[in-house]
Design a protein around this ligand. Structure first.
Ligand code: FES
Ligand code: FES
Length: 164
C-alpha cells in the first residue's frame, strides 16, 4: 500500500479484476465501491450496519460494506452484485416476486448466494435466520424466501454458487 499525504493507493480484487484506486484512511468499502470504482449496485442504506443494503461478499462471506474500511480489504476477493453470476438465484427472485422497488435486492442476492454456498438445501428456519440481517420495506419477505427455496431446489444435483 503506497501512501501520499493523507491518501493511500490500494489494489483491490473485485469481481475477478484487479482495480487500483486511491482512498482516504477512513473511507468505507461502500463509499469506495460506489464513488471511486463506479460499482453503484452496492446500495447505500443506513450506513450503520442495520439494513444490509450494502452487503457484498469478501472471500465468499457476506459483509456489510458500510462497516468495513476499504484499507481492510486489500488482498481479499470481493464480489459485488455486478460480479454475481448465480443466474438461477437471480431468476428465482424474478419468478417468485422476490423484490418490488428493488433497492434491497443486491444485498439480499449476495447474502442468499452465500447461504446457498454454505447450505445448499437450507431449511425455512435457516433461510429466515440467515437473511434477517437484511431489511426490505416492500415485499413482506415471503417472496424472497420462496425465491431462495426455488434456487435451492434448482441447484439440487449441482453446486450452489456463492462467491460468483
Ligand atoms: S448501509 Fe450498510 S447496513 Fe445499511
Ligand atoms: S424491494 Fe423495496 S426495499 Fe426491498
Amino acid at each position: 500500500m503506497k501512501r501520499y499525504e493523507g491518501w493511500l493507493a490500494l489494489m483491490l480484487d473485485i469481481n475477478g479484476e484487479r482495480r487500483e484506486t486511491v482512498v482516504r484512511p477512513a473511507d468505507t468499502m461502500l463509499r469506495v465501491l460506489r464513488e471511486r470504482l463506479g460499482l453503484r449496485g452496492t446500495r447505500i442504506g443506513c450506513e450503520n450496519g442495520d439494513c444490509g443494503a450494502c452487503t457484498v461478499l469478501v472471500g465468499g462471506e457476506p459483509v456489510k460494506s458500510c462497516m468495513v474500511l476499504a484499507v481492510e480489504v486489500e488482498g481479499e476477493r470481493i464480489t459485488t452484485i455486478e460480479g454475481l453470476s448465480n443466474e438461477a438465484l437471480k431468476e428465482a427472485f424474478l419468478s417468485e416476486g422476490g423484490f418490488q422497488c428493488g433497492y434491497c435486492t443486491p444485498g439480499f442476492l449476495l447474502n442468499a448466494a452465500a447461504l446457498l454456498a454454505r447450505h445448499p438445501k437450507p431449511s425455512d428456519e435457516e433461510i429466515r435466520l440467515w437473511l434477517e440481517s437484511n431489511l426490505c420495506r416492500c415485499t413482506g419477505y415471503e417472496g424472497i424466501e420462496r425465491a431462495v427455496k426455488r434456487a435451492a431446489r434448482g441447484s439440487e444435483g449441482g453446486r450452489a454458487e456463492g462467491s460468483a
